[in-house]
Design a protein around this ligand. Structure first.
Ligand SMILES: [Zn+2]
Ligand SMILES: [Zn+2]
Length: 339
């Protein structure tokens, strides 16, 4: 696999793609129906492989690894601990599996790896002075329990009929459409929560912990402060209002809980069994590199609408630098005025 055709390496061995990051033809005027269909159903596209993969994981989870509604009518340690162990197992498989393959065995070396370096050891910024152990600590002891707490509460409410329910037998089309929209809702919610966490005081208290990971790897994905976890997984609360089904809530949370592993892997694409799989995670890598850009992941153009989009080009970099300069000058003027 040769990454030199699709990108270039700098002196520090960081790889970047030649092609600027671009939004899909979803919110464009005039509409581009053919391009939209190609994006939606193409390979790689919106549905294939990733959205479908996480839907399948959720369907199997709902069918085989979720207690019966009758059991979940009453909150008890039995079934809530079962959910916790099941979600820990998923995280070990997804995050641990990717980490083992790409950061321990390094099966792809640094081909298509954005950052030329590997995770840090001996840096006192991280718990245990060890980036991966720090990341695992926050993921396993805060991220997964908070994800599971939301899941248990939502399933308990569905089981008792406390929230609006849409059965699959009566509303199959609505339910499928809702499943397909959930990743877009996730992105809108993520942008909003994430952008709020970049307000300086909130950043210092709750979000710096995630950004200690400038050079990201799979385990960095859910390495967040508990308050950020509470905010991040609150994406599932949409199901309190929008009529849905327990599968939707499981999918929303599994999508939030598992996609950060690939989102932070730090590779543009992977090759497995001769098949190249595109990860499309450069926008979030740039967020970890430059901090004040790309608060969303690059499907819904929130960053474009609100002026924080960075497509990886020098022009984008110049725009971001000019924005910083203007903000710094404004802050200085405000300081002078109040002095
Ligand atoms: Zn991140
Ligand atoms: Zn951030």
């Amino acid at each position: 696999m040769d990454d030199s055709k699709l990108g270039k390496r700098n002196k520090r061995d960081d790889w970047s793609p030649h092609k600027p990051v671009a939004y899909p033809p979803l919110f464009v005027w005039p509409p581009q129906p053919v391009a939209l269909l190609k994006w939606f159903a193409g390979l790689p596209g919106y549905l294939f492989p990733w959205t479908l993969f996480y839907i399948l994981v959720s369907v199997l989870t709902y069918a085989y690894l979720t207690p019966a509604a009758e059991t979940m009518k009453t909150i008890s340690w039995d079934w809530t601990l079962f959910l916790l162990v099941r979600n820990w197992a998923y995280v070990f498989i997804f995050y641990g599996g990717l980490h083992l393959m790409y950061y321990v065995k390094r099966i792809q070396g640094n081909t298509f790896k954005y950052n030329g370096r590997w995770p840090e050891v001996g840096n006192p910024t991280f718990l245990f002075k060890h980036q991966v152990r720090d990341n695992m600590f926050w993921t396993l002891l805060s991220g997964v329990p908070i994800w599971t707490a939301y899941e248990a509460i939502m399933l308990w409410m569905f089981s008792n009929g406390y929230i609006p329910y849409m059965s699959w037998a009566e509303h199959p089309v609505y339910n499928v459409a809702l499943l397909l929209i959930i990743p877009l809702w996730r992105e809108v919610h993520f942008y909003t929560a994430h952008r709020s966490l970049h307000i300086p005081v909130l950043y210092r208290w709750f979000h710096k912990l995630h950004h200690n990971n400038v050079n990201i790897s799979a385990w960095s994905g859910l390495a967040m402060h508990p308050v950020e976890h509470v905010l991040y997984f609150s994406v599932v609360l949409i199901h309190l209002i929008v009529p849905s089904n327990p599968l939707h809530a499981i999918f929303t949370l599994a999508h939030a809980g598992l996609t950060p592993a690939q989102g932070h892997l730090g590779y543009e694409r992977l090759e497995l069994a001769g098949v190249q799989i595109n990860l499309n995670t450069y926008p979030h890598y740039l967020h970890h590199k430059y901090f004040e850009c790309n608060y969303a992941d690059g499907t819904v153009p929130m960053d474009k609408w609100f002026g924080s989009f960075h497509d990886g080009t020098p022009e984008s970099q110049a725009r971001m630098d000019a924005r910083f300069l203007a903000q710094a000058q404004k802050a200085k003027q405000n300081d002078n005025a109040s002095a």
